[in-house]
Ligand binder design. Structure first.
Ligand code: SF4
Length: 397
């Protein structure tokens, strides 16, 4: 197959049809880096305002590196997959003094920059002939070259990166490597779509081996009910319009984010009494697991001491109306929203509330985590109520 012709046609098609996106108006490697990280898992239309606000708030690598992680996560709030923001911040701190490397091979050594992002920065900002493969490019190349391995498998990825490298190597000298990479991504995003490729409009239609015929091969994703359940219990500690939030330690799931204090040891560490029944249950489907958070009201602690709270490095009361100004996880946002709709502070405290150290025993927690239930149940130990969507918060009335 004529790789040079593929490269030439992709670049020409990109020149004719390229969308006017704000990060395409710059060769600033930092701005491109930010855009590429934001675009992972997120649609272009969603990213645009976030990228613009981000670049206004953190216009340089140094500005990002010097910002507190709280500010960074707050600026990311709503985009999800917060590990991207943490990694971006870590990467900025690692290169703030020397600047971003210019070669893809060196960029891969920066925290949070993988082979795809390295290829994008190196080719677009620095003109290196560095190939890349993302989901869109994988689909185009799998169809053009008839790659029959699962495109997420090791063999499939190896084949796709090899083809991407061959096409990049065949790019005529006068053409820009960044235009080839962006052209392949654009082709996948706008023409070679997953379910209905528009082959008649495609510049590669006479070169493509499959023309979308049942490729690419992608291993089926697990359905929501097949994902492992992560069951958690959170404390709703409220007084005078403020709610207590705690910040997770930087590493691990939801690291650096603020949330209602969670975990078997949280109530004991804070020395608070907890109601026996939850006031709300939030359920959400994450990428690789289901999350269920039962929210229990708890008394106000004598002291807010994060050092005694396992897994957290800060704890503070926050006006409920301003809680979202911190970097909070989507689950916390959903719980706050439900609370603001109909505050459960108006629900009388139950007579069977009694002082105890933890909302439920660890044994009960394990049972909850392993016992399948209907998607939504306001009170987990009673009859289920109506089903919910994959991301929902319910409240005991
Ligand atoms: S010809 Fe069709 S299947 Fe092949 S790359 Fe173009 S749009 Fe995709």
């Amino acid at each position: 197959m004529d790789r040079a012709l593929i490269a030439t046609r992709v670049v020409a098609h990109f020149a004719e049809t390229r969308r006017d996106l704000p990060w395409r108006a710059t060769r600033d490697p930092y701005a491109i880096w930010v855009s590429e990280i934001m675009l992972q898992q997120t649609r272009v239309a969603t990213v645009i305002p976030y990228w613009q606000r981000w670049m206004a708030k953190f216009p340089t690598v140094r500005a990002l590196a010097d910002a507190p992680l709280d500010d960074v996560l707050a600026a990311w709030a709503g985009l999800g997959y917060y590990s991207r923001a943490r990694n971006l911040w870590s990467g900025a701190r690692a290169v703030a003094d020397r600047g971003l490397p210019t070669r893809a091979s060196e960029l891969r050594g920066v925290p949070g920059i993988g082979p795809y992002t390295a290829g994008a920065i190196a080719s677009i900002a620095f003109g290196e002939r560095a190939p890349l493969v993302d989901g869109n490019v994988a689909r185009v190349l799998a169809r053009v070259f008839a790659v029959t391995d699962d495109i997420k498998s090791t063999a499939g990825q190896r084949a796709l990166w090899a083809h991407a490298g061959e096409v990049m190597a065949a790019l005529p000298a006068a053409a820009a490597p960044g235009d080839l990479n962006q052209g392949l991504m654009e082709l996948g995003a706008t023409v070679c779509s997953p379910s209905a490729p528009r082959c008649l409009l495609c510049p590669l239609t006479t070169l493509c081996k499959t023309r979308g015929d049942e490729l690419p091969i992608v291993a089926p994703r697990k359905r929501a009910h097949e994902l492992p359940l992560l069951a958690r219990e959170a404390l709703w500690i409220e007084r005078g319009g403020e709610v207590v939030l705690a910040r997770r330690e930087p590493q691990g799931l939801f690291g650096g984010l603020w949330e209602l204090p969670q975990g078997d040891g949280a109530a004991r560490a804070l020395g608070v009494t907890v109601e026996r029944e939850p006031v709300a249950i939030h359920e959400q489907t994450l990428a690789h697991r289901r999350l269920r958070i039962a929210v229990f009201r708890a008394g106000w602690p004598r002291a807010l001491d994060a050092s005694r709270l396992p897994g957290y490095d800060a704890i503070t009361p926050v006006p409920i109306a301003r809680a979202r100004e911190l970097g909070v996880a989507a689950a916390t946002t959903a719980i706050l929203t439900k609370y603001e709709d109909i505050p459960w502070s108006s629900i009388p405290r139950r007579s069977n509330s009694s002082p105890r150290a933890t909302p439920r025993s660890s044994k009960a927690s394990r049972s909850s985590a392993s016992t399948p239930r209907t998607p939504t149940s306001p009170k987990p130990r009673r009859a289920p109520r109506k089903a919910s969507t994959s991301s929902s918060t319910t409240r005991r009335r």
